[in-house]
Design a protein around this ligand. Sequence first.
Ligand code: ADP
Ligand code: ASP
Ligand code: MG
Length: 472
Amino acid sequence: MQRITMKFGGTSVASAVAIQQVMEILRRHFETGSQVIAVVSALAGVTDLLTGAARAAAEGRRSVWQEAALQLRDRHAEVLQALVRDGAQREVAQGEVDALVAEFEGLCGALEVVAELTPRVHDQILALGERLSSRVIATALRAAGVQAQQFDATQLIVTDDDHQNANVEFNRTQVCIDRVLLPALERGELPIVTGFIGRTPEGATTTLGRGGSDYSAALIAAASHCNELIIWTDVDGVMTTDPRIDPRARVLSQVSYQEVGELAFYGAKVLHPRTVQPVQERNIPLRVRNTFNPEHEGTLIASQSAASATVIKAVTSVSHVGLLTVSGSGMMGVPGIAGRAFLATARVGANILMISQASSEQSFCFVVLDDRAHAVQHALQSEFTGEIEHRLIEHVELLEDVVILTVVGSGMRGTPGIAGRVFTTMGAQEINVVAIAQGASECSISFVVEEDNHERAVIALHELALEPVLAK
Ligand code: ADP
Ligand code: ASP
Ligand code: MG
């Protein structure tokens, strides 16, 4: 029997009308005999609303979180009103919504008193979005005669306590999924599971990072041995670039796990960067499809990729990053400098997105998100105080307002001249390239340019993903 996990993102569950589409899709698969697990995001905008309200509460801005409470209640009540005819059923669900909104108000009230937003309480508040949406959607499905059952992923996904960006403990998660989720499938139910959230072994609620419902779905698909994972979203599939930057973007019919992994890591918002690993490990095909255009086949992501006449398949970008450069002629041949720099970076909680070293060993540079960039610069300066004093290291510089551009395509491995095409394109646009790195997989090239050139650079590079490489 087919077993499929389907994930529906925020836009797909934004309103009663959108949820009706979701219900149609679920019903179609469920009623043809497949076992289906649905993983759902919060209604579009709700996670932003919650995070804004939590911050406001800690700052004593009561009207902001009270207004948010009203919006939460209204938006979920509206969906119930539209999709659940039966008064008794609707009342039960409305009671659940009210209880969660009351929990929200209680947490915000407490934040006002302590005047500090701890990561732990922040996660408790963020989790309410998915806890609300999943209940409302499960009720709507039951009202339509589908045997749906709501589950909080706090029962299923076990994580560490790195709040807001928790790391999953796979073995414990597997045990929970075997114990809680698989019996539901055996009973013939359609589980509706909250995306985005998990819990620590001690019972604290955690979240998996913004956009993390994709990852939740991948974990669940892998642990429950699904034949397929479908990420239902608001575009027809993985595209050649972000369609908001270049509307000429086209849907890619097939890409490999490795290619999509690079795309997601380097900024393609369509998938959370951690999504690929669990499904790749179990070789589960992943599809990205459009909730609002379900006839379209979407993008198939599997171990093999389709060859592309353009070689470069897609272009992505990550903005809000800073480039740190450590340089000095005395560094040559001194072992351990890079290692110490990366450890110092890790100690201030910054993730390194890209690394590049000049062959002379006189400098190396790396990119981190700009909210940590100053902290990293200070950490490096104190780590290398001795070397700076003795002039072994001359500079620890931070270049702000830059962006990483990445071109992806597995065919680059065997095709000479691709890097040439990329940098000639930048040259023709008179865009200065500040640092370059090629992924070890040779299926991507990343480089840094100034933020001012961001969109222009993406559009120019995107031409390369639209035009076939000329036959030599
Ligand atoms: P969801 O709420 O369904 O998780 P997201 O907003 O997180 O959806 O991701 C889908 C959006 O990602 C699209 O609407 C699109 O604007 C954006 N996007 C950025 N890069 C790409 C890309 N390469 N392919 C497809 N979509 C992309
Ligand atoms: N609701 C969460 C967010 O907006 C998770 C998700 O949608 O994937 O980040
Ligand atoms: Mg998303």
